[in-house]
Design a binder for this molecule. Structure first.
Ligand code: ADP
Ligand code: MG
Length: 698
């Protein structure tokens, strides 16, 4: 039976109306979709735990016992109801933040209850927040209950009586219909070699686990399959590209590169910069198109690597371009690179949204004739009117700020796709990089230029503002400059802008002896330039800004970064902002100001920032705290694959194993032509990927 063409409306208990709800809410259409709608958690109803058995990271558990008494604790918004519960040996607190009155009336002493929930550690003691409570005598005996699955449902589903229990029932009757009719999706040799459950058993046990062990095996099998198909699909594209797409050949290191290296370079390259340049060099002289991600923490010197790679292109009679996400950054790159290149004889130009028409026409003409060697710019570069004589290398700075589509348009600006170097300071954890960018080579600058002192980071509550102000004053009197950043979630949000302007006035009043610049996205380009220029030249000592200064901005004398309402920023953004300081030889500081009421997650974010300067550690923490779908950069580009069961933050190990298995399979049979591999071919066809050709983009 082909389950992907079995319409769920024919399942007993579904019908056309509920089928439509499933389709709309969960994108579930076929029996196959439904069988792959996995529970998001299970509850162990098979046994009762004792309070003394509770440990960290337990799933939902059940306890049996009696309530001794209730207490009200805290006041105002912190008011909560605490029920003291005992299993006859120890006590544990049950906590309600909502529905206090209801709980107080409903639950009585001297009744034996089954309490059900997830224990959490708070102030050194375990408690259970908002437990589910049943009267013990009204539940079936424990040995009749097993792991109970819970399914994600939506508000609209619940309105149509499709809660978790109902979904479970529907899946149960579907299983009854199809029983042994679930066609296997992995070849027999794989099941055998890696001791995996067959699909039927895996599906049965993921929905109706007979015990924890079988549930585990079912999850392993389904994760394995999910990751294997993703890897097969990515790696097959890689092989295809290697075979069919040639790259421009940069076979010489010539005049420009050598002269620059010997005479113009203002400092020694770090070991990491040298290594990465060698990696790039090997790649561009191989005849294969380069598609490389350059990761390097803020301040690690990626721009220089980009410049020297662009010189390789020029030495081989190709043009190169560098695209940056903001006008400020593009302008800064242009000025910086132009200065470094001095009189080397390279023609370099800048194109942004505010380049005047006359100038623009001229530049575009020079670009077409090949007179320009290096072209720096913002999104303006991707427009169709921008045509190169012979574009050989595309560099994209802060690549996560661009969408996939935007980036891929640069690929098409020559007959063959140019070499591509995308740079980011937002490190992508390895597991995520393997999934998202499986066909991308990765280079890492894991070393900062010498002499940098690690930035010291502090977290203060807002009432410590006077202390922070003193500190700002002291630093400026010692000759340093200071950034003060206000959150601006959306540049159009009037309230946010008002915050910034109020902040600006406050700073001017607090520091009447200092000069203050202000920068935000709504300023006219000329005004932006002026404000930036005044700060760069040291004419102003304080820069009050929104996150427009988040990426790339480089003012080495700025040694203090104050982040207002730091709780409103994500980890990678905080790290980027902090990266604006610590660029010179002075000790630099970052101060995170927040309100008093912080969620556990926010507190963790602040602790992470205070605890480490390492971008990779921060990215891992971010992945743990937020999950991959939320990570900056994956949101815009969209995850190419929709993961149903594997979890990139916890299944990294399996991903690596599976990747090697996929490599081995393709090594032996690149076309997947053998009989035993046919099952892969038909499954790969079914996998829904984005319509973009992933082999051509980062
Ligand atoms: P990022 O990797 O964040 O883009 P930049 O390329 O802006 O970093 O470099 C940060 C600063 O470090 C710049 O002022 C740059 O000139 C300087 N720099 C880069 N490489 C070196 C080096 N090898 N030695 C000393 N300073 C360097
Ligand atoms: Mg940079």
């Amino acid at each position: 039976m082909d389950l992907s063409s079995f319409d769920i409306k024919f399942i007993p208990g579904v019908g056309p109306k509920r089928a439509a709800v499933f389709a709309k809410e969960l994108n579930i259409h076929s029996a196959d979709d439904l069988l792959h709608h996995f529970p998001y958690k299970y509850v162990d109803r098979s046994r009762f735990y004792y309070i003394h058995e509770i440990t960290d990271n337990m799933p939902f558990i059940q306890l049996k016992g009696q309530l001794l008494r209730f207490e009200k604790v805290g006041e105002g918004r912190n008011l909560r109801l605490v029920g003291i519960f005992t299993d006859g040996h120890r006590i544990i607190e049950l906590v309600w933040f909502k529905g206090l009155k209801y709980a107080l009336e409903k639950y009585k002493p001297n009744v034996t209850y089954v309490v059900f929930g997830k224990p959490t550690l708070f102030n050194g003691k375990y408690n259970i927040v908002h437990p589910e409570i049943d009267i013990a005598s009204q539940l079936p005996p424990a040995d009749k209950m097993t792991l109970q699955p819970f399914y994600n449902t939506t508000e609209s589903m619940k309105n149509n009586y499709l809660n978790s229990k109902a979904v479970q029932k529907i899946i149960f009757s579907l299983m009854h219909e199809v029983k042994n009719g679930i066609p296997e999706t992995l070849p027999a040799f794989i099941l055998k070699k890696y001791a995996l459950l067959n699909l039927t058993d895996a599906i049965i046990n993921i929905h109706f686990p007979q015990n924890a062990d079988l549930l585990n095996k079912a999850r392993q099998r389904l994760k394995f399959e999910e990751l294997l198909y993703i890897q097969l699909s990515i790696l097959r594209q890689v092989k295809w590209r290697e075979k069919h797409i040639n790259g421009f050949l940069f076979d010489k290191i010539g005049h420009y590169f050598n002269t620059f290296y010997e005479k113009y370079l203002p400092f020694q390259l770090t070991g990491a910069q040298k290594r990465v340049l060698r990696e790039i060099r090997t790649n561009v002289k191989s005849g294969k198109q380069m598609n490389r991600l350059l990761q390097g923490d803020v301040g690690s010197g990626k721009t220089l690597v980009a410049l020297m790679s662009m010189l390789m292109a020029v030495d081989n009679h190709y043009q190169a371009c560098l695209m940056a996400p903001t006008e400020i950054l593009a302008t800064q790159h242009y000025t910086g690179l132009k200065e470094m290149l001095g009189d080397l004889g390279i023609n370099i130009a800048l194109l942004t949204g505010s380049t005047k028409k006359k100038k623009r026409t001229l530049l575009l003409e020079q670009l077409r004739t090949g007179e320009l060697n290096l072209f720096i710019g913002t999104h303006a570069l991707i427009e169709d009117v921008v045509q190169f004589a012979n574009l050989g290398l595309v560099v994209i700075d802060e690549q996560h700020r661009f969408g996939v589509e935007q980036r891929s348009r640069l690929w098409k600006k020559n007959k063959l796709p140019p070499h591509v170097l995308v740079m980011t300071a937002t490190p992508i954890p390895r597991t995520l990089a393997m999934t998202l960018y499986g066909d991308l080579s990765i280079s890492v600058i894991d070393e900062l230029p010498p002499g940098r002192k690690p930035i010291q980071t502090f977290h203060y509550f807002e009432n410590k503002r006077p202390v922070v102000n003193n500190f700002i004053g002291k630093q400026i009197r010692e000759g340093r400059q200071v950034y003060i950043v206000y959150p601006l979630i959306q540049e159009s949000e009037k309230i946010d802008l008002k915050n910034l302007e109020t902040g600006y006035e406050y700073i001017r009043e607090t520091f009447p002896n200092f000069k203050v610049s202000m920068m935000h996205g709504k300023l006219k380009p000329a005004e932006k330039e002026l404000q930036m220029q005044q700060f760069v030249s040291g004419e102003t000592q304080i820069m009050v800004a929104t996150t427009v200064i988040e990426v790339g901005v480089n003012v080495p004398n700025a040694a203090v970064m104050i982040i207002e309402s730091a709780e409103r920023f994500g980890l990678s953004q905080l790290h980027q902002l902090r990266g604006r300081v610590g660029r010179g030889a002075d000790q630099s500081y970052c101060v995170l100001l927040t309100g008093h009421k912080l969620s556990t997650e926010t507190r963790k974010r602040m602790e992470t920032m205070v605890g480490t300067n390492d971008g990779f550690e921060i990215a891992e923490a971010d992945l743990q705290l937020r999950g991959p779908g939320d990570l900056e950069g994956t949101q815009q580009s969209g995850m190419p694959f929709d993961l149903k069961i594997a979890n990139l933050s916890t299944d990294g190990k399996m991903l690596e194993i599976v990747r090697n298995i996929a490599l081995e399979i393709l090594e032996k049979d690149p076309q997947l032509a053998s009989m035993e591999n046919q099952i892969f071919v038909s499954q790969l066809k079914k996998i829904k990927t984005n319509t973009v050709n992933w082999s051509l983009i980062s």
